[in-house]
Write a protein that binds this ligand. Sequence first.
Ligand code: PEP
Length: 245
Amino acid sequence: MKKLAAGNWKMNGSAAALSQVQALLAAHPAPSCEMLLCPPATLIAQMSAAARGSALKIGGQDCHAKPSGAHTGDLSASLLKDAGASHVILGHSERRADHLETDALVRAKAEAALATGLITIICVGETEAQRDAGQTLNIIGAQLTASLPDTATAATVVIAYEPVWAIGTGRTPTLGQIAEVHAFLRARLTERFPDAAQMRLLYGGSVKPSNAAEIFAVPHVDGALVGGASLLAADFGAIVTALGV
Ligand code: PEP
């Protein structure tokens, strides 16, 4: 299984930020893990052109469940693909919170993305209140069951465990807490998908150069979904290096 360092630029990044892509590619022309950046949709085409022929893949941060139509402001999976995306992030907790996305909607979007040929990163994770109430595994199990299409395979779907309270806060779970959730995800996926052993499980939530190596040493952590630390080539590159070791 090839590990994956995925960056989520969220609503950040103007055309000037493409210099970070050049710097990343110059420093990591042949990484031993897969590299993915998911910029705002406005940059997908330019970033894809900049990354053409390199080891860097480009993804979207969301897509609509429908293939086309009267959905002002939305993007279908095929529009993302047409712009140069090979991947899409779905069910990020910020989408679930800001746009009231449900597991059923995430699943419908994932079905659309898979039908279009986009590799789909599906995010799950508990809030702090849910963790404090001892509900972490119940919540994640329910999200996993309801957000994943039956057609998911290790080649087409990646799961990202992102505790909501760790995103953008500088706080991370203990290594033991990450290990518990990732072992649980692997076991749950194994009940449903024959190739679950090969399905990549990313950890996301305040990953940075200083904590990446210890997180990547946790069993069943096959990479990271990185927000803030993916904006600068030096930081994201250090995480890529940590994953390749
Ligand atoms: C994210 O946006 O998925 C994320 C994990 O953000 P950060 O790394 O900034 O916590």
